[in-house]
Design a protein around this ligand. Structure first.
Ligand code: SF4
Length: 352
């Protein structure tokens, strides 16, 4: 259920203010985020707009079109669509994560929350027990807000919501509950990219950091390997990314290089060029600023059912990774992920 300011305060009064007192001891660690910086959702709350966003987001559950599959089921009545999720969020884990991009990890980790279920069906999914099978525990939006505050208290630099598309209303509701209790970390929206632009538009001012994949540039390849027959991934992902760029722009960091706001784009290089890496860098160069943060990833592994598909039933080669990095540099992209650059340098040395 969405929580309005009135119901939130009423619950706190019933609880004898215990929640508020607990929140006071869970402040951000000294020095991050900078005093001068404020997350967008606090400005929206101050303007009286955040509660309206929660209500608008929650209404979307009643005829779910939260992603391009547009199942039109009533998730508030317990119906489920392709992603197999109701209106109650399920969570597999929440913890500081040190494997994300360095501007997200900083010194104390990215505060990662892994949601169960997914609107994609990547045959190479590394998290398939969580994303496909749906392992995890159902929790309330209030519990989700508690997790956000816990990650903040543990010193994380952001709240990194992984696979958020199908639970976007729960996330927005939880952000407001947590904000009223002292949350002030940036929200990082870590999505596979199969989004509808109008739903990303609803997040304007709530999300500070967008971390989308652009997995495939060809509809037939995405239908085969990621979207279970749907060929419309590339156009939806591209439209959503342009909207993300409009909202948050290029990556902005604090003095220590830790992300505060901006777009961080991911692309996984796959065997036999099935991901369309050349088309990817050309699209970025033509549609986004040259200094857009881009992570060209080399860590493809044969996971889940990938071994059933001959073209992707092996790791990528050094040459496949290096050609993608070369294409990115030739296209004029100037803000490539530091670890990708280091990996490319290593591969180039080994090639000589
Ligand atoms: S979020 Fe789930 S139920 Fe809603 S449209 Fe997408 S797959 Fe269907």
């Amino acid at each position: 259920m969405p929580v309005t300011r009135r119901t939130f305060l009423k619950r706190m009064a019933v609880a004898g203010g215990a929640g508020i007192l607990a929140a006071c001891s869970r402040d951000t660690p000294a020095g991050y985020p900078p005093e001068s910086w404020e997350p967008g959702y606090l400005r929206l709350e101050a303007d009286g707009q955040l509660a309206d966003r929660v209500e608008r987001a929650y209404r979307k559950f009643e005829r779910c079109e939260l992603c391009p599959r547009r199942c039109r089921v009533n998730r508030r009545a317990g119906e489920t669509g392709f992603c197999n999720a109701t209106d109650q969020v399920k969570i597999y884990s929440h913890h500081p994560h040190f494997g994300e991009e360095l501007p997200l990890v900083g010194r104390r980790g990215s505060g990662t929350i892994f949601f169960s279920n997914c609107n994609l069906r990547c045959v190479f999914c590394q998290n398939w027990p969580i994303a496909h099978v749906g392992l995890g525990q159902p929790v309330s939006d209030e519990n989700l807000a508690e997790m956000m505050l816990d990650l903040q208290a543990r010193g994380c630099h952001n709240i990194n919501v992984v696979t958020p598309t199908h639970v976007m209303p729960n996330i927005v509701a939880a952000v407001r509950i947590a904000a009223l209790q002292g949350l002030r970390l940036p929200i990082c929206y870590n999505t596979g990219g199969y989004e509808r632009m109008e739903n990303i538009a609803l997040l304007d001012g709530i999300v500070d950091i967008y971390l989308p994949d652009l997995k495939f540039m060809d509809g037939a390849e995405s239908a085969r390997y990621a979207t279970a027959g749907a060929r419309d991934y590339p156009e939806h992902a591209q439209s959503a990314i342009l909207e993300m760029q409009r909202q948050v722009g290029r990556l902005v960091t604090d003095d220590n290089g830790i992300a505060l706001r901006g777009l961080m784009l991911r692309h996984l290089v796959m065997p036999n060029r099935v991901a369309g890496s050349k088309a990817f860098v050309d699209w970025v160069a033509a549609n986004l600023p040259a200094d857009t943060y881009v992570n060209i990833m080399a860590q493809y592994r044969v996971e889940h059912r990938a071994f059933e598909y001959e073209a992707i039933a092996r790791a990528i080669t050094s040459e496949e990774f290096l050609e993608a990095m070369d294409w990115a540099e030739q296209a004029g992209l100037t803000n490539l992920d530091e670890r990708s650059l280091a990996q490319a340098a290593l591969h180039r040395r080994r090639r000589i």
